[in-house]
Design a protein around this ligand. Sequence first.
Ligand code: TTP
Ligand code: MG
Length: 350
Amino acid sequence: MHVDLDAFFAAVEEKNHPEYVGKPIIVGADPKQGKGRGVVSTCNYVAREFGVRSAMPISRAWRLCPHGVYLPVNYELYEQVSTRIMSILRKYADRFEQVGIDEAFLEISQKASSFEEAERIAREIKSAIRDSEGLTCSVGIGPNKLVAKIASDYRKPDGLTVVREDSMKHFLHPLSVEKIWGIGKKTKERLNSMGIRTIGDLSSCDVARLRKQFGSLGEEFHRMSQGIDESDVLEESPPKSFSREHTFQEDTSDKSQIQSTINDLCTDVASQVSRNGFLFRTVTIKIRYEDFETHTRSRTLPFATSNPESLKVTAARLFDPFLPENKRIRLLGVRASSLTKKTKQRILEI
Ligand code: TTP
Ligand code: MG
């Protein structure tokens, strides 16, 4: 199963501002009355009727839709909503793979023994997301990731498309070659000039001809045109560490600049650790001098923590012997590792 939220950034804005409902909403750079630079991140389906699209220059969007509601990108908000939705989706999957901020693959072969059951799960997912976040998504179900992804895109917004193995060819063949993974605008044009427009054309094309034009990628295109994809839904492995490095604009031996950089690095790393719900035990520092001589040192604490002060104190001790008066520094780095998941009990202790 592939799930993709509809007009994601714009839909979140619409949900938070009921006064915009029904209006064209364009999220992206400031249009500055048509004189602005930058591009459209996304827009809602009302704005799409005016021809506005993702990645279009904002000045062009303004010409197409001057009466639209133009909003800046509030990435932090979309990320929060995304995290909540992903944790809903995860519950329905045997294995789960988030792809972008608004899409994910769900392996559901264990949880659903038939396509009918898969469809029922999809409906449940759609209403769960609607009830908790007030957002719609489009779902595709298929025998593999490739087909599921093409299916989720087939009827948008608020779509649900099920493609069984026996109807796969019938579904794929009339679609544009662009729907295949890895076929962008340029490849599409090259294929078109060979007389290949649809996935059906691609599948009936001689593999040798495709190999001659595109190398091994051509063989891959041919396989995909037949709906063949053996890639797995890959569960993301938990992070092993969080780290930050800073390279100075100019090599420095300025003590206060060095201290404040170390301080900032520690604050950042500690916040990454706790934002992701972890505790760390091991602190590693890295220092590189102007001549590229590099040192790293680690220390493991007797307890797990996400306290920025513990990170600062430990890092300061580790850095101390490496901060001579006479050597300028090029780079500093701080890493927190030996991570464990923060449990509810531990949160109460803090
Ligand atoms: P998409 O899923 O490609 O687009 P969408 O959710 O806005 O619309 P659709 O209904 O067609 O799925 O991308 C998800 C988010 O990623 C989108 O809301 C904004 C962001 N994005 C960009 O910032 N720039 C881009 O060029 C694209 C395509 C997306
Ligand atoms: Mg989307």
